[in-house]
Design a protein around this ligand. Structure first.
Ligand SMILES: [Zn+2]
Ligand SMILES: [Zn+2]
Ligand SMILES: [Zn+2]
Length: 262
């Protein structure tokens, strides 16, 4: 299936607590460089007249306003940690405008967690107030066609938990991971753009580090790589100056054009 050219908008490049971090006065949290302000991790994948959101963070409302998202065709979830799902209630204005439910995709486990956390959305009981209208669609191992763009779930390890990264066309988005299984590496060849978790320099039990993700880029050789899910240990300008030119730090508001399939 040929993929169209895609635009990726980075809605948030920060770790679970965001940067600045509440109560912290370190030089990154106090930085005046806008690239050191990181909302929770999410991207918008746009092509033709479609907008697909990957993860709905606690900052989703601010992110949607800042990126001027006018409509939402689907949401794809990587996993159900709070920093990736807690903005889900804020999709209601899209339901009003679009007059219909929004499909949400994720593994069986991710969707089950979302249905438990947001029980009021899915319990079928009559409500006096407005709730999001969502259509859960479980993703197994195979690619799903989203309006002409194939989305392939790529299993990655987030500590002891297996979650989903995604490949779509010649781009891939691998947030929260501590390891990438060999079979998944094979699904990530010949990429134009690769997003990788790079929390900080120091090792972490459930996240990749700058060094580890640099090694992943060397192994997969995408044309360009962008690091995300970044904490306040990395000052944008300095951290980026230490990276090879094909690896950049993502920052909130960054837009990237991805080549279509040749
Ligand atoms: Zn996370
Ligand atoms: Zn700080
Ligand atoms: Zn996580």
């Amino acid at each position: 299936m040929a993929a169209p050219p895609i635009r990726i908008t980075v809605l948030g490049s920060g770790t679970s607590v965001g940067v600045p971090t509440i109560g912290c006065h370190c030089d990154v949290c106090a930085s005046t460089d806008p690239r050191d302000n990181r909302l929770r991790p999410s991207i918008l994948v746009s092509f033709e007249d479609r907008n697909i959101l990957i993860d709905a963070t606690p900052d989703f409302r601010a992110q949607a306003l800042r990126a001027r998202i006018g409509h939402l065709d689907a949401i794809v979830f990587t996993h159900a940690h709070a920093d990736h799902i807690m903005g889900l209630d804020d999709v209601r204005p899209f339901n009003f405008r679009q007059k219909g439910p929004i499909p949400i995709y994720g593994s069986e486990e991710t969707l089950a967690s979302i249905q438990r956390v947001f029980q009021y959305i899915f319990d079928g009981a009559r409500k006096e107030s407005n709730i999001p209208k969502l259509d859960p669609r479980p993703l197994a191992g195979q690619a799903v066609d989203l309006f002409g763009l194939p989305f392939l779930p790529v299993p990655i390890l987030h500590g002891s938990q297996t979650i989903q990264g995604f490949r779509f066309g010649r781009a891939a988005y691998l947030t929260d991971h501590s390891a990438i299984p060999e079979a998944s590496m094979d699904q990530l060849r010949e990429l134009d753009v690769l997003f990788l978790d790079a929390l900080r320099y120091k090792p972490h039990p459930t996240h990749s580090t700058v060094d580890r993700s640099v090694k992943t880029v060397e192994a997969l050789a995408p044309r360009r790589a962008f690091f995300t899910h970044i904490c306040h240990d990395l000052r944008h300008a300095r951290a980026e100056s230490l990276l090879p030119p094909n690896i950049r730090l993502a920052y909130d508001g960054l837009e990237i054009l991805v080549e279509g399939d040749r």
